[in-house]
Design a protein around this ligand. Structure first.
Ligand code: CTP
Ligand code: ZN
Length: 145
């Protein structure tokens, strides 16, 4: 499938197949006035299949949250039709108010106004634990354990 090159903006590449729509929605790209593309299930030598998002505008992205969603992503910065920079992502040490602890006995459930903080406990498995109750979340599959 051919999708036009962009002029000035970002290409979010090497997204795990199936995760592109989640990132597209998280960035609220359905409501922007500039050109955007979500390409799903692109064949890739390294990954089998991958998703790609092209954004023809320079936008601000929280790279730590993006790394939490998928650390294998590459963000290409495109200037004047050429890739000027490749940003590699990684799993952040901590995320705040990105996922909500689902444990009904957690202090975040019984009291309001407490930030939901998860910290990285197992890099290999991409596992995060709630700092209050140790509820486990696996970022790789996007699910609580
Ligand atoms: N791209 C684009 N518009 C441009 C330049 C590049 O949409 N003006 C896209 C390419 O289609 C590709 C991505 O940005 O999907 C990265 O481009 P490039 O670095 O040229 O590709 P590769 O070398 O294949 O990247 P990598 O090695 O990171 O896989
Ligand atoms: Zn908790």
């Amino acid at each position: 499938m051919n999708v036009q090159k962009i002029r000035d903006g970002l290409v979010i590449d090497h997204i795990r197949a199936g995760t592109g729509l989640r990132i597209f929605n998280w960035l609220k790209l359905d409501r922007v006035p500039f050109s955007v593309a979500l390409i799903m299930n692109v064949l890739s030598d390294q990954m089998g299949k991958k998703d790609i998002i092209k954004i023809d505008n320079v936008i601000d992205i929280d790279y730590s949250v993006l790394g939490f969603i998928d650390p294998n992503i590459t963000v290409n910065v495109v200037e004047d039709e050429h890739v000027s920079r490749k940003i590699s992502l990684s799993l952040p040490e901590q995320v705040e108010n990105v996922i909500h602890c689902r444990n009904p006995r957690c202090i975040t459930s019984s009291e309001s106004g407490i930030p939901h903080v998860f910290h990285l406990v197992d890099k290999k498995r991409a596992e995060y634990a709630c700092i209050y109750c140790d509820e486990l979340y696996r970022a790789g599959i996007g699910e609580f354990l």
